[in-house]
Design a protein around this ligand. Sequence first.
Ligand SMILES: [Zn+2]
Length: 450
Amino acid sequence: MTYQFENSEPQKPIDLYRLAVERAEAAHDGGTFGVGGVLADKDGRVVKSFQNRVIEDGIVSNPTAHVERQILTWYYEMENDGAQLPPLEDLVIVSSLDPCMMCAGTILTSAARLKVMALKTVYDFSVRTIAADGFAGISCNAAHDDGSIDVDKVDFERLPKGLRGLAEDHFVYELVEEADMEAFRDLQRRSGETFGSSLENVRDIINRSGGKGYEDLSNLVYTDFDHTDGKLDALIDRYDVLPEGVCFGSPDKVDEVLAPVLVHEAKKAVENGVTKKFNAAALVDSAGNLLMVRAGNEDEVPHNTALANLLQDYAAFRADVMRGDDANGTENIKFFEHPKFCKLVMLQGPGEETTDVMDIGLYGSSIEGPLANNMPYHLEWIVNGVTSDGQEFSQDDVANMISHFPPFYTDLVGIKGRQQENYSLFEDTISLARDYDDTLFDGASFDPAP
Ligand SMILES: [Zn+2]
């Protein structure tokens, strides 16, 4: 299947930048974050242009639908469907705003994959940023107020040490011919203003979507929902929500029941050949109801980790529930808490790979604002992750990694995670997983929070 380029006339870089900013303005006018992006080949032919789709029809439909992540998800899904697209190493991404940590991690996941495939040659696949983002951007430290970037300050120190070189090879700032500099500065200003002025409207919608934690979730029973038209039942079925009918009584008492559920999900995904990563993630609401469990499918889309699939699917489910709620009648959304009130439990915790940076960034994007104060740790894992050379990555290492992230993640959302304190949960997971693959957790140990 030959793919039709959106525009097969080669464009100058400045024209690609302009298109990205126009898409950002369209996104702003559509009521979502004012960010746009373009996927183009090396000759400047436009494969496809994108705009932010976090909010659609006034509803937070996918907090991870930033342009860079959309571009790469689209690319892999098209490829899986048999579309004849140019190889990724021949493509560039233009973004109207400096990539956030989720998008940076997503881009670096593709970059790392190219590197492995090509035995460490440097590739052209790159992301070109128009305007700076001093709050969530990977180069927030180099941001000027007018949207320009101080290239001498670009150091990628928001990333773990081992990934900074990779970022240097693939992130490009202020790449523009002298003759087009004035036009570029103008686009930078437009991009910065578009993003800035979209924030107020977007924050309002996000605050409404967050709502309050539902006080009576401990009594959450399926019969409480409105079943009159069967729409909610169909959604619960489709998204596999409340999969085991398990309530732990409290999010702090996540017990041995969860270990087999996570291991089962991880096992199923590996056996189905959609991933080689033995991992799964679960969302538990503030009353201890097990809401959703997911594994990754990295062999299909390299950045679809367990955590990404979980948070994306849960957001999509909530958006569909909100669409089904009528303004003066039923409100089924109150039964399904915003993830900021919930506990996220991973089978394997974060390490320092590109996907781990992406996971933490994606978690931040999904929380959208400060985490609720209803529990000390919203992010937990059972077994510690590993470093790039297979060493254990402890919860202190995770905390240290997050502490380098831009202010959005550290000061606003306030992400912190720990290894689950329940030793038997750890033991069960290890023994269940070892039945399956005894090499996966070598070197991992139990080191609960003091
Ligand atoms: Zn992003």
